[in-house]
Design a protein around this ligand. Structure first.
Ligand code: NI
Length: 226
């Protein structure tokens, strides 16, 4: 299941990201890639220990934690500090699956990557190409969102970024270990949570919402790993 999270960052926050990035030093994106990914990866990244990456990563993380939609879709247990990449004209990232295990540098803690997220920081009008293409059993899905919007998708998916042919594409990307490992179970909980929210809006105080909320939490209790 792919879920779009609109306006994770405000226009002011996107502008702050862009201003910090304009002053930052960028390195070859292969620094954080596994062997197969490195062979097809051609982009630039902010060094993940740099003060710029930390400031912006903290901003993104705080915004995610305020996002009801992200929290419901991802049910995060651990979030890898967000990273930042840049594709200039001619740059691309060929088809790959993200590494299953990542290490959180600050703590040395390892985490499983259940969910991949891309948060777009360039507006689609600023570049051509640069679509994120995610493949699942329903086919290939092209994603190119307004600056500040994010897409959440299962980290098990094959995906690639098509070559940028004009302008610059900047994004934040990171992984989440979910409380619920199985994408199918996570999808059911998300659908149920959305239905309960709608029920609460349309029929405030309805007893069914209380019962369904109970079922939601009892399913989460069965499926969550902490
Ligand atoms: Ni990837």
């Amino acid at each position: 299941m792919m879920i779009r999270i609109p306006q994770v960052l405000s226009a002011e926050q996107v502008a702050r990201c862009r201003a910090v990035m304009d002053q930052a030093g960028w390195i070859d994106g292969r620094a954080t890639a596994g062997a197969q990914s490195a062979a097809v990866k051609n982009n630039l990244q902010l060094p993940d220990a740099s003060p710029e990456a930390r400031e912006l990563g903290d901003m993104v993380r705080a915004a995610l934690e305020r996002s009801v939609l992200f929290m419901s879709a991802a049910l995060p247990n651990h979030i890898l500090p967000p990273m930042f990449n840049r594709y200039e004209a001619g740059m691309t990232f060929g088809s790959h699956v993200d590494n299953a295990i990542r290490t959180i540098r600050a703590s040395g803690q390892r985490m499983r990557t259940d969910i991949s997220t891309t948060l777009f920081l360039s507006d689609p009008s600023e570049y051509d190409g640069g679509e994120l293409v995610v493949e699942d059993t329903y086919g290939a899905h092209k994603v190119k969102l307004p600056a500040g919007d994010a897409i959440v998708y299962p980290a098990t998916s094959l995906h690639h970024v098509t070559p940028v042919t004009r302008g610059t594409r900047i994004a934040s990307f990171f992984w989440t270990q979910s409380l619920v490992r199985d994408a199918g179970q996570r999808g059911l909980l998300f659908d149920m949570d959305m239905a309960i929210m709608r029920l609460n809006q349309d029929h405030p105080g309805h007893l069914s919402a209380v019962q369904l909320t109970g079922v939601y939490h009892n399913l989460l209790r069965q499926w969550a790993e902490i």
